[in-house]
Design a protein around this ligand. Sequence first.
Ligand code: GCU
Length: 360
Amino acid sequence: MAGIRDPFARPDGSRAGTPEEFYENRAYLKELMQRYVYGYMPALPRKSEVSEVYREDILGGAAVNEYRRISFDGLSMKVRIAYPRGAKKLPAIMRLDYLCGREYAPSVENEMLKAGRYVFVTVSRRDLCEDEPSSREGLPYAAEGLGAVGIWGLGACVCLDHISGMEAVDASKVALTGHSRDGKAAIFAAAMDERFAAVIPNGSGCGGAGSFFVRGPGSESLEIIVKNLGAWFSERLLDFAGEEKLRKLPVDMIFSLALIAPRPILCTEAENDLWANPRGTFTNVTAVNRICEFLGAGKNVCGMVVRPGNHDQTDADWRALVEFTDRVFYGKAPETDMNRKYFDVTAGDIPWEIPKKQDG
Ligand code: GCU
């Protein structure tokens, strides 16, 4: 199977050759990703309402925990916002998850709240659309053809609107994360919405940070995901199930990462999580780093960290995440090497060149 698709390709068959041309071509990449992978993102609702607010002191009064219900377009979702008491304009880490009463809070969260460094936001995206809809019938935004991943991503964008007005939050410093299906949704949200300043997908795999075309052993294929979980994506993706058909797919997940660049991306992965295609993810991270450099953002803007273990977002992943956001928002050098060479990336994996710098 050929390597990853070329995000510099333009609709007329030529290639974007300068950063300006690359930025101009993004409208085309967005169109392609929505048409083939996610379905179309509706316009952000102009109005959303907050109906329930519950507030409690936590950590002996060092921080505040709030639950709010945000309603829009006939839907509603719960969000949890935890912030250091008296916080003003702090970076925020938002995660797509499910608030079901027994939420997992990584140990680093309490440390960061006590230290007054971050606001933590959880979006209960499953309130908008269940985990594994058996069909797209009855899905919200069915008219736009948006799949479940897109709906969850929309939830993050609406939540960002909402927290942008908070005194505690610096809206220009919001990082987005999610595990697995939520990692896919985090990538979609950030590809469509430039307000997210950094993205940390965890084990996001097929339809996330992993390539459809460069796959390691034991990884999930496009065919398998659309056959099992078709309603997560655009209906059109089903047309590419099968090796022969896949060859005709004009997009790859590097397009979404290219839409996020030069904003920083960290992929957190697990050694035994072959299903999530760490090899195809590493290939994309390598490619997106080259794109960031081409755009003038410097070397190693993006990274990948692989820990021992299985498919999960653990405390270790959260520690890597915070090291990364500390670098992005606080300029602090991470202790962990986020640019280790986990795999060999060949010219067959990335079969296109970064355009040469033009003179003048
Ligand atoms: C399934 C699916 C993966 C997905 C995972 C999850 O395993 O095949 O693509 O990432 O569910 O969301 O947990």
